[in-house]
Write a protein that binds this ligand. Structure first.
Ligand SMILES: [Zn+2]
Length: 265
């Protein structure tokens, strides 16, 4: 079971957001828990292939029915302040990006080595991608947009940093690239260098809990770090991005006794 899980996870991070509708050859190496789920279609929208039915679509998606799933609603009054937690230590540089619309999200694949130290462990940045509206909610409040920076320490230890967006000043990355975002499946490569650290708010206070990938196979291998402080994008930018992403958020799941801890800087 564990070996199979590790095999799955060694490839899943590269394909987890890729479209179900692509040819079989693209996913020939993907094996789930006994089943190849790579051609199984799933959707963010209610229905037979919607979030409420993901666990039953393929045996490799069974974690989607687990008890430590993401996203969650973070109830601030129940969050535990924890002095043991520390600020993330970023070793981010500049990166060229490939902007991919894979049918489930718009994802920026980065190049080069960029990492963050969290809980004493080094996690390497793989990609970042967007959900509209937000997946996590704060006391029931859903933000218009949430970005996930996906980092890996080992096959069963990922750290995803989530940052909310609220309406305000333009977000520079969108000012420069929103016109280039593929509106349907496709890829836009840019030779520009993006300063990755600029994509975060100045204040790095966060909520932390143990959860899962928010798309199939929903593996419960993620240390979540959801930043308290949103960044801003203009109303026009949020509207255009929401049209492209088409409600690609998973509804919140029960906490099931997990603790949400908070670091405040
Ligand atoms: Zn995500």
């Amino acid at each position: 079971m564990k070996n199979q899980k590790i095999m799955l996870l060694s490839v899943v991070v590269f394909i987890v957001f890729m479209s179900c509708s692509k040819g079989k050859d693209d996913h020939a190496a993907v094996k789930g828990k006994g089943d190849d789920c790579s051609d199984v279609h799933w959707s963010h929208h209610p229905g037979e292939d919607g979030p409420e039915n993901w666990a039953g679509l393929c045996s490799g998606f069974s974690d989607c029915g687990g008890t430590a799933q993401s996203p969650i609603d973070i109830k601030v009054a129940e969050v535990k302040a924890d002095q043991q937690l520390a600020a993330p230590e970023f070793s981010y540089g500049s990166s060229q990006v490939a902007i991919v619309n894979n049918g489930h999200t718009v994802q920026f694949n980065v190049s080069g080595d960029h990492s963050v130290v969290l809980d004493g462990k080094t996690y390497r940045l793989l990609q970042f991608h967007y959900h509209a509206a937000s997946e996590h909610t704060i006391d029931g409040k859903q933000y218009p947009l949430e970005v996930h920076f996906v980092h890996k320490h080992s096959d069963d230890d990922f750290a995803v940093l989530g940052v909310f967006f609220e309406e305000g000043d333009e977000y520079p990355l969108f000012t420069n690239y929103l016109d280039s975002f593929p509106k349907s499946e496709g890829e836009h490569k840019s030779s520009d260098l993006i300063e990755l650290a600029d994509l975060f708010p100045a204040n790095k206070s966060y909520y932390n809990y143990k959860g899962s990938l928010t798309t199939p196979p929903c593996s419960e291998v993620v240390n979540w770090y959801v930043l308290h402080t949103p960044v801003t994008a203009s109303a026009q930018q949020l509207k255009r991005f929401a049209e492209i992403l088409d409600n690609n958020f998973r509804p919140v799941l029960p906490l099931n006794g997990r603790t949400v801890r908070s670091f405040t800087e």
